[in-house]
Ligand binder design. Structure first.
Ligand SMILES: Nc1ncnc2c1ncn2[C@@H]1O[C@H](COP(=O)(O)OP(=O)(O)O)[C@@H](O)[C@H]1O
Ligand SMILES: [Mg+2]
Length: 245
């Protein structure tokens, strides 16, 4: 099991605000790690540091052993990213959007069959592939976003609240897809507010509070109610909750 993502004492300070405080976290191949935490906890900052959108104040972010701040392109070549709002061209079809973004990122003309296979792999309804994205639901746009991320053969996926606004069926499908990708070896780091899905798909769950990873859990050791209780305690208390489980 190879390590694809590693945060080492990763810290980001914005003026006087410590958005991320000495994060130590790894995500291995075939693993799904979910980050939970209130708004402002540092989840997006963590993802942005891995992507090299931000420079760490101290510590390091590594992708496949490559330090992001030393070799941005090398690190990014292994990363796929799905933001909360996938930006697509509404007047192009799903297939045309995928084609456009793949050409943009690889400078290659992708084979149409390959692109259609990718859209099939992410579960986009066959009838939607050649329809304008204008009429797509959020779940369908997220699937195209995932296909774009997969097209480059990313070994690690970073997802920032990809489930927000998805209905339960779409969220379930999206998570099933992530599980399949992980089973094929992809490392997945996902920020989410969805405790239920996190419990369902994560191999490990990290709870973040005010820039600190306050707890790491293996969800198979807990039921849904216990996970929620631990989460809520962290949100209310300043004290550690080791005795709670
Ligand atoms: N570009 C920025 N400039 C200044 N402060 C920021 C910036 N990005 C995030 N922050 C601050 O960092 C903290 C963590 O934010 P963020 O990582 O977005 O949290 P989350 O994604 O968990 O909601 C917050 O206090 C937020 O206001
Ligand atoms: Mg965020």
């Amino acid at each position: 099991m190879s390590e694809l993502l590693r945060a080492q004492e990763l810290t980001k300070v914005f003026r006087s605000n410590t958005a991320l405080n000495a994060l130590n976290l790894t995500v291995n191949s075939s693993e799904i790690v979910c980050l939970l935490g209130a708004n402002g906890a540092g989840k997006t900052t963590t993802i942005n540091l891995f992507l090299g959108f931000l420079e760490p104040t101290s510590g390091s972010a590594l992708v496949g052993g490559v330090e992001v701040s030393e070799d941005l392109q090398g690190a990014r070549s292994n990363l796929g990213y799905v933001p909360e709002q996938v930006s697509l061209y509404p007047s192009l079809t799903g297939l045309e959007n995928l084609d456009y973004f793949v050409r943009l990122s690889s400078n290659k003309q992708p084979d149409e069959t390959y692109l259609r296979d990718l859209l099939k792999q992410v579960g986009l309804e066959q009838g939607a592939v050649d329809k304008k994205v204008d009429g797509y639901s959020k779940g369908m746009r997220q699937k195209v976003g995932l296909a774009i991320a997969l097209a480059k053969g990313a070994k690690a996926l970073l997802l920032d609240e990809p489930l927000s606004g998805l209905d339960p069926k779409a969220a379930n499908e999206f998570c099933q897809l992530l599980r399949n990708l992980a089973n094929d070896g992809t490392a997945v780091l996902m920020a989410t507010h969805d405790l239920f899905r996190a419990k369902e798909i994560a191999d490990r769950i990290g709870i973040m509070k005010a820039g600190v990873l306050v707890e790491e859990l293996r969800p198979e050791t807990l039921d849904q109610a216990a996970l929620e209780q631990i989460y809520l305690r962290h949100m209310h208390d300043d004290a550690p909750v080791e005795e709670a489980h």
